[in-house]
Design a protein around this ligand. Structure first.
Ligand code: AMP
Ligand code: ZN
Ligand code: FE
Ligand code: FE
Length: 290
């Protein structure tokens, strides 16, 4: 007789580390996922794969690791869209070029945001921001937020975003980014699967319309992140319906950032059948196990 241990699959397909704006190192993230009983975890830093190697080294047998990235994109209308690329080939040159280009323009973008803040008497320097940024991390607004906290301009990352750094703020500047369609094509070309992250998270700023999904599917979109803390129940229902109509995979995930945000690992999960389908759409079986 085969004895099955009571394994409940806990699949969390979106988490950040100090390779971008998370506060846990890749190995700390893996250890926390193990303690939380997660069975499948994706590491998805902003525009970077630099956390992959350390996460792989920290793996233990009960955890499967999905290597990925969250790619910042901009529609032609200037709407910010985050695209999760999972299971793509990390050695793919054009993918790495696209990610590097986005990271590079985040430095002049940070300078511009600092200038706008300075013009209103909010004093923060690039050196302050760099001091709040882990070495090698993709530079982002959360690091600016941390520097503002250190300089006692605001009390928390959350307050910094609420008051100064949100997408509709006069201090907000975008960085160069591919369109969502370009990012999707790039993910496909590198053998991975593309899942649009928190597409209806309206409290972050303007979001894409339901009609836009058709174009994304033509470009090769595989899935929609439906269950995410920034979606209301109504938004989840709308997205589930869009996914069903378009034959897309539905995911759920925490978007864990460590101490920087309230998001807890595993707070939203992906159904095992949905994950099996998503994984089967990648060009190779690249889930890492020990
Ligand atoms: P950036 O890529 O530099 O535009 O920064 C975007 C990041 O800011 C996203 O990863 C979000 O996780 C983070 N973010 C957005 N809103 C908030 C917030 N209210 N509190 C903390 N982090 C936030
Ligand atoms: Zn982030
Ligand atoms: Fe995101
Ligand atoms: Fe994220």
């Amino acid at each position: 007789m085969k004895i099955r241990t009571s394994v409940i699959d806990m699949i969390d397909l979106h988490a950040h580390t100090t390779a971008s704006d998370g506060t846990d190192s890749p190995s700390a993230l893996v250890n926390k996922a193990l303690s939380a009983g997660i069975s499948t975890l994706a590491i998805t830093d902003h525009d970077s794969t630099s956390g992959w190697a350390e996460a792989v080294t920290a793996l233990r047998p009960s955890l499967s690791l999905v290597l990925g990235a969250e790619i910042s994109t901009l529609t032609l209308d200037g709407i910010s869209v985050h695209m999760l690329g999972l299971l793509f080939d990390g050695e793919d040159k054009s993918m790495q070029n696209m990610l590097a280009e986005s990271r590079d323009t985040r430095i002049p973008r940070m300078r511009k945001m600092i200038e706008l803040l300075a013009a209103d008497g909010i004093n923060i320097s690039l050196a302050d921001v760099m001091a709040a940024t882990p070495v090698g991390a993709t530079l982002g607004r959360p690091h600016l937020a941390d520097a503002l906290v250190r300089n006692k301009v605001v009390a928390s990352r959350d307050e910094a975003f609420l008051e100064l750094l949100h997408n509709d703020s006069k201090y907000y500047v975008t960085h160069a980014a591919p369109t969502p369609e370009d990012a999707i094509r790039q993910i496909n070309q590198a053998g991975g699967v593309a899942v649009i992250a928190h597409p209806f998270a309206s409290r972050r700023g303007e979001v894409i319309s339901a009609a836009t999904f058709t174009n994304l599917v033509s470009a090769g979109l595989h899935g929609i992140e439906v269950n995410h803390r920034d979606h209301s129940q109504v938004e989840r229902e709308q997205l589930a319906e869009i996914a069903d109509q378009l034959g897309l995979v539905k995911t759920g995930s925490s978007d864990y950032h460590g101490q920087g945000k309230l998001n807890e690992l595993g707070e939203n999960l992906t159904d095992p059948d949905q994950w099996a389908r998503l994984e089967s759409l990648a060009s190779a079986r690249r889930v890492v196990t020990k």
